[in-house]
Ligand binder design. Structure first.
Ligand SMILES: [Zn+2]
Length: 354
């Protein structure tokens, strides 16, 4: 009965939600500057008389839906930011902000969040307790810490009504439309950026004997780093070490003074995470020394691993089976190596990331 009512209410607003998603897609903004995004969201709900609380970490805000009877409070996390990249496809709703694109799908998450708020608000006579929809900026900003931990620090979970459990969702290309899935335990990887600064001795390309070549040091260092997963990490522990940037030199005929290597580490286990950090430091520092230079490693512990709690997973699984059908529940066999700052919510309260 309730399920039919929900379906009816969802289909009644589906056109306006699709339109909202496309509007958000046209106006993507990078982490920390989701001002127009927030304005579009508030505009979309201006006729609904929602209880809105602003002021959580810049553009973060919450919509609180209070059920007619008292009870516990669950939080739904919705991320808001886009990525620094050009949109190459040509759709009528393509990005209007050059160099920025909703490539991770957070435009979809925001539209889903607004739809949930509208439907839950319509049905608030039907449930006990409260739902706090948490619209969170800066999910993509792993190098500066991400929005989730700052919203938590600003009291988004503790403020009345206090959130006792969290649900997050990410749209996912491996699943078919109409399917949803999750798993117990680790769901997304810990994601740690690192930077290695190598200092050699610059000079003319024709006199390498009078120089210390930082490009050669960087090359050996990168090869050495690729032995960490294959030679140091337990073969039953998944881990990734990727170098995404290598910068050095300004001319073909000089030996530069410095080189920098920038990369990321993905792990699911804390011991493995610590081990890889240590090995990166050892390899970078000793390789540089071996070739006469010096290396400094700047390793940042970024987002921790998203860890799903069993009770919350069971609850999500039951709902997915009921609403989408048994055949559309996907038991996600392996966690994903992507990073996700929903992890900070999973550290505070029982949570599920779907
Ligand atoms: Zn994302």
């Amino acid at each position: 009965m309730l399920r039919e009512l929900i379906e009816e209410k969802v289909s009644a607003i589906s056109e306006q939600i699709i339109e909202l998603r496309r509007k958000l897609h046209q106006h993507p903004e990078v982490s920390g500057s989701e001002f127009e995004t927030k304005a579009i969201l508030l505009e979309a709900i201006k006729d609904y008389d929602f209880e809105i609380v602003e002021g959580y970490y810049n553009t973060g805000f919450v919509i609180i839906i209070r059920g007619s009877k008292p009870g516990r409070t669950i939080g739904l996390r919705v991320d808001m930011d886009a990525l620094e990249m050009d949109e190459l496809v040509d759709k009528p709703f393509k990005s209007q902000n050059s160099g920025v694109m909703h490539a991770c799908g957070h435009d979809g998450h925001m539209a889903m969040g607004i739809a949930a708020a509208i439907v839950l608000n319509d049905l608030k006579d039907q449930f006990q307790g409260n739902v706090k929809l948490i619209f969170q900026p800066a999910e993509e900003n792993a190098r500066s810490g991400g929005g989730a931990q700052f919203m938590i620090a600003d009291g988004v979970l503790e403020d009345e009504p206090r959130v006792e459990a969290m649900v997050g969702m990410h749209i996912w290309p491996d699943l078919m439309v109409g399917q949803a899935g999750t798993r117990v335990g680790p769901m997304m990887a810990a994601s740690d950026p690192f930077k290695i600064d190598i200092v050699g001795q610059g000079g003319h390309a024709s006199m390498p004997n009078k120089c210390v070549d930082p490009i050669l040091i960087a090359s050996h260092t990168i090869l050495g780093l690729q032995s960490v997963v294959s030679r140091n990490v337990d073969p039953f522990e998944p881990a990734v070490v990727t170098i995404g940037m290598l910068n050095s030199g300004t001319r073909y005929n000089t030996i530069p003074e410095t080189a920098e290597i920038i990369g990321t580490v993905r792990t699911f286990d804390e011991t493995t995470r610590q081990l890889i950090k240590t090995r990166i430091e050892q390899i970078a520092e000793t390789t540089a020394t071996a070739y006469g230079g010096k290396a400094t490693v700047n390793y940042t512990f970024g987002y921790p691993s998203v860890v799903n709690e069993k009770g919350m997973v069971d609850c999500a699984e039951q709902s997915i089976r009921e609403v989408l059908g048994d055949e559309n529940y996907v038991n996600v066999e392996r966690p994903a190596p992507g990073g996700e700052d929903f992890a900070y919510f999973t550290q505070k309260v029982p949570s599920v990331f779907i």
